[in-house]
Design a protein around this ligand. Structure first.
Ligand code: HPA
Length: 271
């Protein structure tokens, strides 16, 4: 049973730290530096954790870090797991189940995404208001363990309205420009084609990426409140007359990292 595995992971974590955060933060591509700001960090590598798999994506360190962000206890995933690494959706969302069983109540997810909305600019931050799952699968397929959540879980309020409001209010206070929109998830690892991007725009997607949606589905299943922030690291395929590169994605992440960290820290302080 999945819950038995989760309890084994938790037993290992509890030997390493007594901290019981209510907030968890998942750091996406190019946005890892927030983890360096944690005070009194307890770093646990994914590779030492029972039932965790390692992160192989560029720029994803693969550490679970417990610590304080300006006096607020938090759990940080420094680097996430992706379906394009060859892992199942069940495997990449396992850490979310561990978080829920540890007592996490609010989850802040971040990612790098391609901008589909032509009113967006590279370097913008976007609050995700809703998503389109174009990964072709759902992480909840299979036997349902009711200790986690119901068989058919509601996704209407998956992106918590109050947290989105708090994010906008905080961004305004800090003078940070914040967009909002619908995130569409593909498996990758190829970037999309220009024809796919035109289709996604007609469907109402504002940004595209290769993560987050499976985690949000499982978080909703476990009853976590979610805030998700995309860093528009590049304009999606075909919008500009230039190829897409991993270097651009990571470089933009590094450039907006300062504002991203300020925003997440200020939001966390209000939770
Ligand atoms: N497409 C998919 N995933 C991404 C992109 C993109 O353009 N940019 C960053 N992650």
């Amino acid at each position: 049973m999945l819950m038995d595995q989760v309890q084994e992971t938790i037993a290992y974590i509890e030997q390493k730290t007594t901290l019981k955060p209510k907030v968890a933060i998942v750091l996406g591509s190019g946005l890892n530096s927030l983890a360096d700001e944690l005070q009194k960090p307890c770093v646990i590598a994914y590779k030492e954790l029972p039932h965790f798999v390692v992160s192989t994506a560029p720029g994803h360190q693969g550490n679970l870090i417990f610590g304080y962000l300006d006096d607020v206890p938090v759990l940080c995933m420094q680097g996430r797991l992706h379906v394009y690494e060859g892992y199942s959706l069940e495997t990449i969302t396992y850490p979310i189940r561990v978080m829920a069983a540890l007592g996490i109540e609010k989850l802040i997810l971040s990612n790098a995404a391609g901008g589909i909305d032509i009113d967006f600019a590279v370097g913008d931050l976007m609050i995700i208001s809703d998503h389109i799952n174009f990964m072709g699968r759902n992480p909840l397929i299979g036997a349902n363990e009711t200790e986690f959540g119901p068989r058919f879980n509601d996704m209407t309020f998956a992106y918590d309205r109050e947290l989105r409001g708090l994010a906008h209010q905080t961004a305004e206070e800090l003078g940070i420009k914040l967009q909002e929109g619908v995130y569409l998830a593909c498996t990758g690892p190829s970037y999309e084609t220009p024809a796919e991007i035109r289709m996604f725009r007609s469907w109402g997607a504002n940004a595209v990426g290769m993560s987050t949606v499976p985690e949000v589905i499982v978080a909703a299943h476990c009853g976590l409140k979610v805030l998700a922030i995309s860093c528009i690291s590049n304009m999606a395929a075909g919008i500009l007359d230039q190829p897409l590169t991993e270097e651009e994605v990571l470089a933009t992440g590094a450039k907006v990292s300062h504002d991203f960290c300020r925003l997440v820290k200020a939001i966390t302080a209000k939770l």
